[in-house]
Design a protein. Structure first.
Length: 156
């Protein structure tokens, strides 16, 4: 969702993510299942990043995905930026700043899911900004509000 080349996780968030990588990956994978992400879409492996539902991107970006066509199998994951109330772009949204962690994770899941399933030939990020709030996933109402505010803030 949010990516900024100079963005660094706050040290306490980075430390937490490093110490609890495996249990966080299990919890986020379980949340993906609860909201309706198919098992085969849970977790992706990027060269030099890691594998699973919860990974560390450099720079942090809230989540990542592989779209159909890049390797034939769509998949999604979330990164530790979901713990940061001040993450780039979304940190300016009132709904993000006051949301629970679960709501932030739901919003990141829905955005990445929409990107991963975007039709070929469209800008997948713009597609997700425009469509993620209306996902068929069973995300929280607060997550939908985050996605709506994000769409509006981006001018769509």
């Amino acid at each position: 969702m949010a990516k900024a080349p100079d963005y660094q996780l706050p040290p306490d968030i980075a430390n937490f993510a490093d110490r609890y990588q495996e249990p966080l990956s299990r919890l986020i994978g379980n949340r993906m299942r609860q909201v309706g992400v198919p098992d085969e879409m849970i977790g992706v492996e990027w060269w030099g990043v890691g594998k699973g539902p919860f990974v560390r991107y450099h720079p942090p970006q809230l989540g990542g995905n592989i779209r159909v066509g890049s390797n034939g199998n769509p998949g999604i994951n979330v990164d530790p930026a979901v713990f940061d109330a001040n993450a780039p772009k979304v940190g300016k949204l009132p709904s993000w700043r006051s949301a629970s962690l679960r709501d932030r994770i739901d919003a990141a899941i829905a955005h990445e899911y929409a990107e991963a399933l975007a039709p070929q030939g469209v800008d997948f990020h713009i597609h997700a900004i425009k469509n993620a709030e209306n996902t068929s996933l069973k995300i929280s109402d607060r997550a939908r509000q985050i996605l709506k505010e994000y769409r509006q803030a981006e001018g769509y």
